[in-house]
Design a protein around this ligand. Structure first.
Ligand SMILES: Cc1ncc(COP(=O)(O)O)c(C=O)c1O
Length: 415
């Protein structure tokens, strides 16, 4: 592999952020404390959100949101089959059932299919703003009102995304954002919940720290009194000050990061237009939005490219370029097939997309020279690869019982 490997994503961390982390480490207080409080305040301002709670991860945020919405075993949650498995895992961890509706051409949940999926057991609709592109939320909030449902937006990829002129997080029910290192801003690991529901947020704040009704800073700080009560058993999902030290500076730089990502994404759209070997991301025309360009995900057109997605990814690695796979449809993982009876063919668009999707390198301080390297590598790969033909990734007649490598390098899911 060449020395100058270009990753598909990398964080952009300023000297000021490094100094803040160092100051935190020297301060004597490194877990949840004043820097988390300051970060939550900054997030509240940025998102224009009524209430914000910082957490260890977005997965923790999704889990606590569902628990605080009162999700019970036997309840149903409507979501998408093209997402990171965490979205489905948190539903299953609450003992509830994920009910999926297929995606549309934008990779997001097809909102026109949601009403037909509602049953008397439905409690929550869980749209995912995949790649940083917002789902068409108005119709979902109308359904939520009509059927008395909660909406939890998985905005893990969507900090800085706007829908109809408003930031995701500034309106609606409840949203969860991720600050994982490949996201538009990072705290190492980390996440937050924003919500308009004060009582949900009170419950989240208790559940995120053992069920204790006071935070550690209040207990150990100068004003502290070390007694507390435990109204319910909770989790250990709190964010640390070390993470918040990084987050405060990342958040201050976020608008700039999004501008830089947008420039790279728009240049991909322009330079890769009309390549028959790929399908570019499809963008909605029926509503207004600001894409935060967390991912630039294309689909490989196997016939024209004369290769499948995994072969393409392998060839990019050989040229010293990383790409990302977001995502294989999680309903086809073993647990979900065995527990809920999902099978190949249930969600044809998500499965087709999941077998062909690949994220190209995109990060805030990516240079145009680096981007040109990606585009030239793709051109060379498609030019040289005319000679071999590869199998489709989801081979229906495969003897594999779950996802696994095919002889051609692709993944196979058996029915
Ligand atoms: C759509 C989606 N949901 C949830 C998560 C989980 O986020 P975290 O890693 O912060 O727990 C991710 C992270 O990749 C994601 O992309």
């Amino acid at each position: 592999m060449p020395d100058n490997f270009l990753p598909f994503s990398k964080p952009c961390i300023s000297q000021a952020a490094k100094d803040e982390v160092s100051a935190c480490l020297s301060s004597g207080w490194i877990t949840t404390g004043p820097r988390v409080q300051a970060f939550e305040k900054a997030l509240t301002n940025y998102l224009q959100a009524p209430f914000v709670s910082a957490l260890a991860t977005a997965t923790a945020g999704l889990h606590l949101s569902l628990l605080s919405m009162g999700l019970q075993p036997g309840d149903e949650v409507i979501t998408t089959p093209l997402t990171f498995v965490a979205t489905l895992n948190v539903i299953a961890l609450c003992g509830a059932k994920p009910v999926l509706v297929d995606i549309d051409d934008t990779y997001n949940m097809d909102v026109s299919q949601v009403e037909a999926a509602i049953t008397s057991d439905t409690k929550v609709i869980l749209p995912v703003h995949l790649t940083g592109l917002p789902v068409d939320l108005d119709s979902l909030y109308t359904l939520a009102q009509k059927y008395d449902l909660r909406i939890l937006e998985d905005a893990a990829q969507a900090i800085g995304t706007h829908y109809k002129g408003r930031p995701i997080g500034s309106f609606g029910d409840t949203q969860v954002f991720s600050f994982h290192p490949n996201k538009n801003m990072t705290t190492g690991e980390g996440g937050c919940i924003s919500s308009s529901d004060e009582s949900l947020m009170q419950q989240v704040n208790i559940l995120k720290f053992h069920g204790i009704d006071k935070n550690a800073w209040d207990r150990y700080g100068k004003k502290g009194n070390q007694h507390y009560d435990v109204p319910m058993p909770g989790y250990k999902y709190n964010m640390m000050d070390i993470q918040a030290a990084l987050g405060i500076h990342q958040l201050a730089a976020l608008e700039n990061f999004i501008q830089q990502r947008t420039r790279i994404a728009e240049r991909y759209l322009e330079k890769l237009a009309d390549w028959p070997q790929i399908t570019l991301p499809q963008l909605p025309t029926s509503y207004q939005y600001r894409h935060s360009w967390h991912l630039f995900a294309i689909k490989i057109n196997e016939d024209a490219a004369k290769m499948n997605r995994d072969t393409f990814m392998q060839k990019m690695v050989e040229k010293g370029i990383g790409t990302g796979l977001h995502y294989e449809p999680p309903h086809l993982y073993r647990y979900y097939r065995e527990t809920f009876g999902f099978k190949v063919g249930d969600y044809p668009k998500a499965e087709d997309t999941g077998s062909r999707i690949v994220s190209l390198p995109l990060f805030a301080d990516m240079t145009l020279t680096e981007q040109d390297r990606v585009i030239s590598a793709m051109a060379e790969i498609f030019e040289q690869c005319g000679e071999h033909t590869q199998n489709r990734l989801y081979a229906k007649n495969s003897e594999h019982s779950g996802p696994g490598l095919q002889p051609g390098g692709g993944l196979a899911f058996a029915k």
